[in-house]
Design a protein around this ligand. Structure first.
Ligand SMILES: NC(=O)c1ccc[n+]([C@@H]2O[C@H](COP(=O)([O-])OP(=O)(O)OC[C@H]3O[C@@H](n4cnc5c(N)ncnc54)[C@H](OP(=O)(O)O)[C@@H]3O)[C@@H](O)[C@H]2O)c1
Length: 385
């Protein structure tokens, strides 16, 4: 294969920067980074080229809302990575990628983009393009980890994924804070129990569970959050009785003051409230930030292996949640570049990539992994059956 060219929209943002550095280290691709501030893009490209001693990164202008600029910026690129908080412009950006003949990978936490991409699914397939959405940490890893559990056990009965993350200094006040806040405002609580999806009103208080994250985070109370990638898992693994994604709190102020307000405002005039709520989240995570910092994603699963009931527990940890997100996304890009991670059509990242290989790559790029498989004596500690 010729040396590929990869475009990164938002390639000098919090996550985008890490994606660029990882691609420079782990691939030989040429990179085009773009965003609205050409000077910032040029400065970062210059730094990267000086560090590597090669001219592998170039910078240009693109605005996600302007398809012409996206097509122009990424003309000749094989893959476009969307690392900008521009989910609301998915129609414009995705159409431009299709017109430019680019494959696609996005990491945005923005549920409405999925409806837009689904509308384009047939066009994507007919064009033979590979569009991967919801890559990254969460979304991104939870379904992949459940598929990993299924690859380790003969029969998978229960698999829950929990996550905790804490940023040193709190959330930065960037446009992605608004996208994240809006997503929290619209989030739904749901888990799969006893063969059916159950959705809860409120903050899912009745369905919280404890998870021991280790790595200094210890035992945390987690609330269920519905992620699109979890929905198809019971169909993939018919013996699965229980699955869900749970997120731990940030600190007492955010958990007991900000989150209920976010939930309420999400149901009453969300557009009006998104900016004040983002400010509250910013101050809440900044003023009450306390260590440890970093992110842990934990899988707890049980099932049968060689006729014995087994429990599988796995934790992934990185001290920098942004770098962890970038590593999870780049693990997918590595499979894409090797060929088997590129299939025509629209995919959720958690459903497409080979989980064993992704976990190997994630560790190579600096994520710590702890895993334990042991026989169950009596009642399973995770699903309590
Ligand atoms: N899946 C996961 O686990 C996960 C985890 C973390 C973040 N995320 C997602 O990752 C995305 C990026 O987050 P971040 O925190 O890295 O963002 P960030 O630090 O705010 O960086 C945003 C980048 O996007 C560019 N950008 C913003 N608006 C743009 C537009 N209209 N057109 C073109 N470029 C634009 C910015 O440059 P200019 O402002 O100069 O244009 C900047 O380079 C967000 O969608 C966030 O939800 C996902």
């Amino acid at each position: 294969m010729d040396t590929p060219t990869i475009g990164i929209l938002g390639g000098y943002g919090g996550t985008g920067k890490h994606i660029v550095r990882l691609l420079l280290e782990y691939t030989d691709a040429h990179l085009v980074i773009a965003g609205r501030q050409i000077l910032r893009a040029r400065q970062f490209a210059k730094e990267c080229n000086e560090q590597t001693g090669k001219e592998r990164v170039c910078a240009t202008y693109a605005h996600a809302a302007d398809p012409e600029s996206v097509m122009h910026a990424f003309d000749g690129a094989q893959l476009l990575i969307v690392a900008s908080p521009t989910g609301r412009f998915t129609e414009e950006t995705a159409t431009a990628a299709l017109e430019a003949g680019c494959d696609w990978l996005d990491i945005q936490y923005h549920t409405p983009k999925l409806a837009v991409l689904n509308r384009l699914a047939q066009r994507i397939e007919e064009a033979g393009r590979c569009f991967v959405t919801d890559a990254g940490l969460h979304p991104g890893l939870p379904a992949l980890l459940v598929r990993y559990a299924a690859s380790c056990l003969d029969v998978l009965e229960a698999a829950n994924v929990s996550a905790v993350f804490n940023l040193q200094g709190g959330f930065p006040r960037t446009p992605s804070l608004y996208e994240f806040t809006r997503e929290l405002m619209r989030s739904r609580c749901g888990v799969y129990r006893d063969g059916q999806w159950r959705f809860f009103s409120g903050l899912g208080a009745g369905e919280t569970r404890q998870a021991d994250f280790g790595f200094g985070f210890g035992m945390r109370l987690c609330a269920p959050v519905m992620l699109e990638e979890m929905q198809a898992l019971p169909e993939m693994f018919p013996a699965l009785r229980e699955t869900g994604f749970y997120i731990a709190g940030f600190n007492w102020f955010v958990d007991w003051v900000v989150m209920p307000l976010l939930w309420l405002s999400g149901r009453v005039a969300p557009r009006l409230w998104v900016k004040p709520m983002a400010q509250l989240l910013y101050w809440g995570t900044r003023l009450y930030a306390n260590p440890p910092y970093g992110a842990v994603v934990k899988l707890e699963a049980c099932g049968w292996q060689d006729g014995r009931r087994q429990v599988l527990s796995l934790q992934l940890y990185h001290p920098d949640p942004y770098l962890f997100t970038a590593i999870a996304a780049v693990a997918g890009v590595l499979q894409y570049l090797r060929g088997h991670g590129r299939r025509a059509g629209l995919w959720l990242a958690g459903h497409l990539y080979n989980p064993q290989e992704a976990l190997r790559d994630i560790q190579t790029m600096g994520v710590k992994m702890q895993q334990e498989i042991s026989p169950i004596q009596g009642i399973c500690p995770f699903c309590e059956e």
